[in-house]
Design a protein around this ligand. Structure first.
Ligand code: PMV
Length: 369
């Protein structure tokens, strides 16, 4: 249960946090009927610790505006409707939001126009800041006002961060964002395979990951840096009357159970099989919805073929996954990093838009800045 905070906001208090993006291994695609942003099947993801949003939130006295938002310190009116909607959705659990105006600045450490979803990291960082403020972690910036939060006596005044609440709030903004809070693989959606799992928020796996699946990395091969032709909101909606929806939801639940086992037993071959099959199933659902659509590009397929050939010839632990777009996420065990980056730089980068790719370690959670 996520409870409403009784915190009384302090004007001038400010906090800054970074939050990673994430890549799903078993995909969330399709929402449950009724409820707000509840998944039709459980999903699991890894955070992309080097691809982050950093968000700064300051509490101002209430004015006619609920939110003063900048992106990279410049106005960004296009983002405001989604953020205002987010604030409305989280106010029942943060009623103090009714008493203030928020000044928010957000930045991403990855370039805009790379086809990497920034909403998971951005909404995750904003939700983290709000929960940090009500946990007493903010710092007073106004001269002459008695300092609040941990600037006086952190140990005495602040409460531990409620990461379930951060995840719950992030979910209301963007479903997949709720999995960005955890260092270990994060599961969102009720499943008997994971203790404490919920449709309301994500939880991290509660056991030690097998060494075979520790220290993995993701090299995001940028195939198409443009905007998606079909938004994920529209994509989820097309699952409603989809002829294969029920079979897909059942398959995703089975894959979730299997991959959780794999994280415990270190069966890399099975890991690769599940992850690649999930990527193709996600795109198969798009290609078989009504209306149908295609987000892969010729270079997406060329890269997949190259990755398969490389794996076949070297036997190295490497596979691909896809998000809702044309980019290819190359997942690999970092113990082979030198070889694999050499492979990227000789055989793959020519298929990338402007020869661009972005690398990140897998795992990682929000950090106070
Ligand atoms: O969070 P949304 O509504 O943008 O959905 C995105 C879903 C995928 O990224 C395609 C898959 C996933 O589980 O992250």
């Amino acid at each position: 249960m996520i409870t409403a905070s009784e915190w009384q906001p302090e004007i001038g208090v400010k906090t800054t946090w970074s939050c990673p993006s994430n890549i799903a291994l078993v995909k969330y695609w399709g929402k449950k009927e009724g409820g707000k942003q509840l998944p039709a099947n459980p999903s699991i993801s890894w955070s992309l610790s080097d691809l982050c949003a950093t968000t700064e939130v300051e509490i101002l006295p209430k004015s006619s505006e609920r939110l003063i938002f900048t992106f990279d310190h410049a106005p960004k009116p296009a983002f405001e409707p989604k953020l205002l909607q987010f604030l409305d959705l989280v106010t029942p659990v943060c009623p103090w939001l009714n008493q203030v105006t928020l000044k928010v600045n957000s930045t991403n450490n990855f370039p805009h126009g790379t086809g990497i979803a920034s909403s998971a990291a951005g909404l995750g960082a904003l939700a983290t800041c709000l929960v940090a403020l009500e946990s007493g972690l903010g710092k007073q910036t106004t001269v002459g006002v008695e300092a609040g939060g941990n600037t006086v006596d952190g140990a005495a005044l602040h409460r531990p961060m409620d990461w379930k609440k951060v995840s719950y709030m992030s979910r209301l903004g963007s479903g997949s964002a709720c999995r960005s809070m955890y260092g270990l693989p994060a599961v969102w959606g009720e499943t008997s395979a994971v203790n404490g799992s919920s449709d309301q928020y994500a939880v991290e796996l509660d056991f030690a990951i097998h060494p075979n699946l520790q220290g993995w990395e993701d090299c995001v091969l940028i195939v198409d840096a443009g905007e998606k032709s079909v938004s994920s909101t529209a994509g989820h909606a097309l699952l409603k009357n989809h002829p294969y929806a029920e079979a897909r939801f059942a398959q995703a639940s089975e894959n979730l159970t299997s991959i959780v086992e794999v994280f415990g037993n270190g069966d890399v071959k099975r890991f690769i099989e599940i992850v690649e099959s999930e990527a193709l199933q996600l795109h198969a659902m798009m290609q078989t919805s009504v209306p149908y659509y295609l987000l892969m590009r010729p270079n997406t397929l060329a890269l997949i073929e190259k990755i398969w050939q490389y794996r076949e010839s070297t036997g190295q632990a490497i596979c691909f996954t896809l998000d809702a777009g044309a980019n290819v996420h190359l997942l690999f065990d970092a113990k082979n990093k030198l070889d694999i980056m050499n492979f990227v730089d000789t055989a793959l980068f020519n298929y990338c838009d402007n020869k661009r790719y972005l690398c990140s370690s897998l795992g990682g959670s929000p950090k106070e800045c």
